[in-house]
Ligand binder design. Structure first.
Ligand code: AMP
Length: 396
């Protein structure tokens, strides 16, 4: 893998595509710094070599040009603190002034470019726009795993202008290594735990994983589409009726392939989508009308815990229930603790996707698992077996 470790950046200008798409509150303060923290080692390696750094990212989904709430300038105080320097800001990501700022950089300095998505050309993968960005630097570093599934100007097209000087940063290198460890260098038994709201988001990943896993645990809202497919009564639980046939196909494929699919046998149901709703525990196949399943039940938790603790490789994507509400969080918490426990026993565990990451952080267990992925959509597409354009662009 071509990483920043193969280059001595002394006297060089590196343009890094980072994923600084961080959540901001009303006062433009960053409420979760995970993505910034992840990429600091990449930036520091280049600065320590004596190189200078140009940071480029998107933030949010601006519709029509610049918008105050999507300005990357809000990140300056945090970056100054973390990098122990005074970051220079370019209020436009391209143009004469920005070019001048880039050319005047000296070793150890950092230039932050304004939001790339203030230009429509970014998401269109425009070649001329990519070339303007490329002209700012000697080396292109891609460290934005979260956008590696997009063929945008800054994530993919720009790489063409650096035929011999394009490399992965540490975030990208670690993400690729950890997914490959799970999919290619798999220690058995391999258990995948999939949850979250919708089956439709996860069909691709389920189909790819069926060829690799020993156990597939299904929880969250998506379990009810499977239960319905198996003839169960699910009350007013979340369901995707148009995917009932797909769920049946998955169940029979799993049988043919010798994969054990575990669908929760019990559930915590509520008479309302609300933390304070009345709740009770019932068989997940016999939910009465007017009630909805919002968490997996106690028997299922115990059963899944055992499977997880006996696994050597674990992939977890998506919560087991509506874990944001404390009364329906126990299933997700049990899984999080079991994954951490299996890791202590020597298993390799990869946690991916926004909400399972939020869950592992909620229980303060991020340090107790092998790897927490920074990418949601990108991680899912990689797991589906797709070639991500941002990765391919560096390898080509
Ligand atoms: P996803 O983005 O597909 O991973 O879905 C995550 C979301 O699924 C979280 O916000 C959970 O609250 C939600 N979720 C999990 N279980 C259920 C459920 N049984 N019913 C409705 N929503 C759920």
């Amino acid at each position: 893998m071509k990483t920043i470790d193969s280059i001595n950046f002394k006297g060089k200008r590196a343009i890094i595509r980072v994923d600084f798409n961080v959540p901001l509150n009303d006062k433009y303060e960053i409420t979760d710094e995970t993505r910034i923290n992840a990429t600091i080692p990449t930036i520091k390696k280049i600065l320590t070599d004596g190189g200078s750094v140009i940071l480029m990212s998107h933030l949010g989904r601006p519709k029509n040009g610049p918008e105050e709430k999507f300005s990357l300038k809000h990140l300056i105080p945090t970056l100054n603190k973390k990098l122990n320097t005074s970051v220079i800001f370019a209020s436009d990501c391209i143009g004469t002034e920005t070019k001048l700022l880039a050319e005047n950089l000296i070793g150890g300095q950092v230039l932050l470019l304004e939001n790339l998505r203030f230009y429509k050309e970014e998401a269109k993968g425009d070649k001329a726009f990519s070339e303007k960005l490329a002209q700012l630097a000697d080396v292109y570093v891609n460290d934005a795993f979260g956008t590696a599934h997009r063929a945008h100007a800054s994530t993919t097209i720009i790489a063409r202008f650096f035929p011999n000087t394009k490399v992965f940063g540490y975030v990208m290198a670690n993400e690729i290594a950890s997914i490959n460890k799970v999919l290619l260098d798999t220690k058995k038994p391999f258990t995948a735990i999939l949850g979250g709201a919708k089956v439709s988001d996860k069909i691709g990943i389920i189909e790819n994983l069926l060829q690799k896993v020993d156990h597939l645990i299904i929880g969250g809202g998506m379990m009810f589409t499977f239960i319905k497919a198996m003839g169960g009564e699910i009350g007013s639980s979340l369901v995707e009726i148009d995917l009932i046939n797909t769920a049946n196909d998955i169940l029979s494929k799993a049988k043919q392939m010798g994969v054990s699919i575990h669908i929760p046998s019990d559930a915590i149901i509520a008479d309302n989508f609300n933390n304070e709703a009345n709740k009770k525990e019932v068989a997940s196949f016999a939910i009465e009308q007017g009630w909805m399943g919002l968490d997996i039940g106690t028997k299922s938790r115990e059963n899944f815990k055992k499977i997880i603790l006996d696994s050597a490789t674990i992939l977890w994507n998506g919560p087991m229930g509506v874990f944001e509400m404390d009364n329906f969080a126990e299933g997700t918490k049990t899984i999080a603790m079991a994954v951490a426990g299996a890791t202590t026993k020597g298993a390799y565990s990869l946690i991916g996707g926004g909400d399972s990451v939020a869950a592992i952080n909620k229980y303060d267990l991020a340090q107790n698992v092998s790897y927490v992925s920074t990418g949601g959509g990108a991680m899912l597409e990689f797991m589906e077996g797709k070639v991500l354009p941002g990765i391919k662009a560096i390898l080509d």
